[in-house]
Design a protein. Structure first.
Length: 309
């Protein structure tokens, strides 16, 4: 059984008399224990999809199951399996941090869980703010409390919607250390983020949304290897790049410096034939760098019209 099963979900809105499609038949399964990335540009439909999974919005058609529970017909059971960290800083200004977390626990019928609340606060570096009023906290501290609220009922599935947007490096490191621990302990994590280096470091598998549709879905390593390849950057001291290598030039990086070229390679076995070509042409290499492609390369290629799935 998948942690989250999304089947042909469609959602449209009416705006100024026009129908705007937010989701156009999204289908995917997020497996138990995965660290899953849901990526896409602004307006791709990520937050709409998360709202539907959390039961805060209803799809026009299709179905979403959370650990086998339908998010519409069995809302209470589905919601109890989820911990959701929203983008917006939403908080009640009349309570302290500890009171806020106790109140959140009560929504799920949980009481006398101060030991877990203490552990969550310690792992998010909130212990010294436990008795501070929410109004007095900085934006970064409020963000930590949002994460803590999502975790008070020990949900098996945790959804993080841009959790580190606009926060400091310390919080990012603290959060990922704790979330990675929870993932190792069996929790399923779903992450949306514009920090692609975070997604690459943390996620095992990624789905990319574009205009409300899934345009890529694969493991991180397979996606990078299949779509983007690697780069070989060559700085020539003497000689001209032979014509036989011109088809490998990456146009955006061509002539960043005089006699400097970025060549696309799909695997490292191609390096020696390229070097042999350069030697045969009488080229003298001043500098040579091999760069592994990353998730940003993949993202830009797909969002710019590259090969889907």
């Amino acid at each position: 059984m998948a942690a989250i099963q999304i089947s042909n979900v469609q959602k449209s809105y009416q705006s100024a008399g026009k129908k705007l499609q937010a989701l156009g038949g999204v289908s995917l399964a997020i497996e138990e224990g995965e660290f899953f990335g849901l990526l896409g540009p602004n307006g791709a439909g990520k937050t709409t999809l998360i709202s539907i999974i959390a039961g805060l919005n209803r799809a026009d058609s299709g179905q979403v199951l959370v650990q086998g529970h339908d998010v519409v017909r069995d809302y209470r059971a589905a919601r109890s399996k989820l911990g959701v960290v929203p983008q917006e800083l939403v908080f009640d200004p009349f309570f302290t941090v500890r009171e806020t977390l106790r109140l959140q626990s009560g929504y799920f019928g949980i009481k006398n869980n101060d030991a877990w609340i203490d552990e969550v606060m310690e792992n998010l570096d909130l212990t010294n703010k436990a008795d501070a009023n929410m109004r007095a906290l900085s934006g970064g501290m409020k963000r930590r409390v949002l994460v803590a609220q999502a975790l008070v009922h020990k949900p098996p599935v945790i959804i993080l919607d841009e959790p580190t947007a606009g926060v400091d490096v310390e919080l990012r490191q603290t959060l990922w250390k704790f979330i990675s621990r929870l993932n190792r302990e069996g929790h399923t994590i779903v992450l949306t983020t514009h920090y692609l280096e975070e997604a690459q470091a943390l996620c095992n598998r990624v789905a990319m949304l574009k205009f409300g549709k899934v345009v890529a879905l694969d493991t991180m390593s397979a996606l990078i290897k299949r779509i983007s390849g690697s780069q070989m950057k060559v700085q020539l001291a003497h000689g001209e790049l032979p014509a036989s290598l011109h088809n490998l030039i990456i146009p955006a990086d061509t002539q960043a410096e005089a006699n400097s070229f970025a060549l696309r390679i799909t695997n490292y076995a191609e390096v020696e034939p390229i070097l042999a070509n350069l030697r045969q042409a009488g080229c003298v290499i001043e500098d040579l760098q091999l760069q592994q492609a990353d998730l940003e390369d993949v993202f830009l290629q797909i969002m710019g019209g590259g090969n889907p799935q």
